[in-house]
Design a protein around this ligand. Structure first.
Ligand code: NAD
Length: 299
């Protein structure tokens, strides 16, 4: 029988991810600071513990899925953190999207305790988390990749080794910077076309058979009524929150500063998503930039 796997962070993504581990026959020992998140997960048959340190006592393979760098630092190095009780030889996999520099710092601290840290952020939203079709971008020591892959495969369509620790995060924040630029571009283009008198469905169809096509136009169109089963069809509820996108664009900007890389459109996208957070769009899906750009409809 399989030994328990620890899981910390049972939110929109962590909950369905951990459920896929259960489905594949791994006993799961879990923790979240938010009691409601624990309750829902306990009902599906997992063991809930009191702290990350408790998880580390009960499992020598742990996956973390937390909002941001600060939460990851707390969960690993805090007063009740994983590192307080981690066993030698443990494998700690962080699937949160955080600053690659923080991943490297955490890896150093974990190594001091005789354990292994890998960063393995994901792409694919809540739907892919549910269906076990995420893509994991993995950074860390290559000899440990197979051990990580054994667990990640339960939740994934693709598990890709990227290089040394932090490179999984690098791949992730590059993808999300391009995603944001593409989404804003799609939204402003659709808005222009609509105001020029084009039917939005027809415009989307033409873009999708032309060189303007992208994921935001053909799979996640931001205009209500163009597609079914996407957040724009559901008042921008669910999906990938504007706050999280603004966070990822901030990470991309930090990295751009550190590496002296010019990212003018990434920078502008960051500002647009921060503005949206300040103007009531924080909890909506990031495709709501279409609505944000149309707010002055009467003008
Ligand atoms: P979420 O906010 O829904 O869930 C995070 C969970 O972590 C919450 O339940 C929260 O209570 C818990 N948490 C926070 N601090 C904690 C602590 N100190 N100890 C224990 N638990 C703690 O976020 P999410 O949508 O699940 O995203 C998680 C990560 O995955 C983020 O970094 C996000 O950028 C990334 N991501 C999200 C999506 C998406 O579509 N939602 C897609 C790809 C990647």
């Amino acid at each position: 029988s399989k030994t328990p796997v620890g899981f910390i962070g049972l939110g929109n993504m962590g909950n369905p991810m951990a459920k896929n581990l259960l489905k594949h026959g791994y006993p799961v020992v879990a923790f979240d600071v938010f009691p409601e998140a624990c309750k829902d997960f306990q009902d599906s048959g997992a063991q809930i513990t009191d702290s990350p340190a408790d998880v580390a006592e009960k499992a020598d393979r742990i996956i973390t899925m937390l909002p941001s760098s600060a939460n990851a630092i707390e969960v690993y190095t805090g007063s009740n953190g994983i590192l307080k009780k981690v066993k030698k030889g443990s494998l700690l996999i962080d699937s949160s999207t955080i600053d690659p520099a923080v991943s490297k710092e955490l890896a150093k601290e974990v190594e001091k305790m005789g354990a292994v840290f890998m960063d393995a952020p994901v792409s694919g939203g809540v739907g892919a988390a549910r269906s076990g079709n995420l893509t994991f971008m993995v950074g860390g020591v290559e000899q440990e990749f197979d051990a990580a892959k054994e667990l990640l495969t339960c939740m994934a369509a693709n598990v890709v080794y990227c290089g040394e620790v932090g490179t999984g995060q690098a791949a992730k924040i590059c993808n999300n910077m391009l995603l944001a630029i593409g989404m804003i571009g799609t939204a402003e283009t659709m808005n222009l076309g609509i105001r020029l008198g084009l039917d939005p469905k027809l415009l989307a169809k033409i873009l999708n058979m032309s060189s303007g096509r992208c994921w935001s136009s053909d799979t996640y169109n931001p205009v209500p009524g163009v597609m079914e089963g996407v957040p724009s069809a559901n008042n921008y509820q669910g999906g990938f929150g504007t706050t999280l996108m603004a966070k990822d664009l901030g990470l991309a900007q930090n990295s751009a500063t550190n590496t002296k890389s010019p990212t003018p459109l990434g920078s502008l996208s960051h500002q647009i998503y921060r503005l949206m957070c300040a103007k009531g769009y924080a909890t909506k899906d990031f495709s709501s930039v279409f609505q944000f750009l149309r707010e002055d409809e009467s003008a």
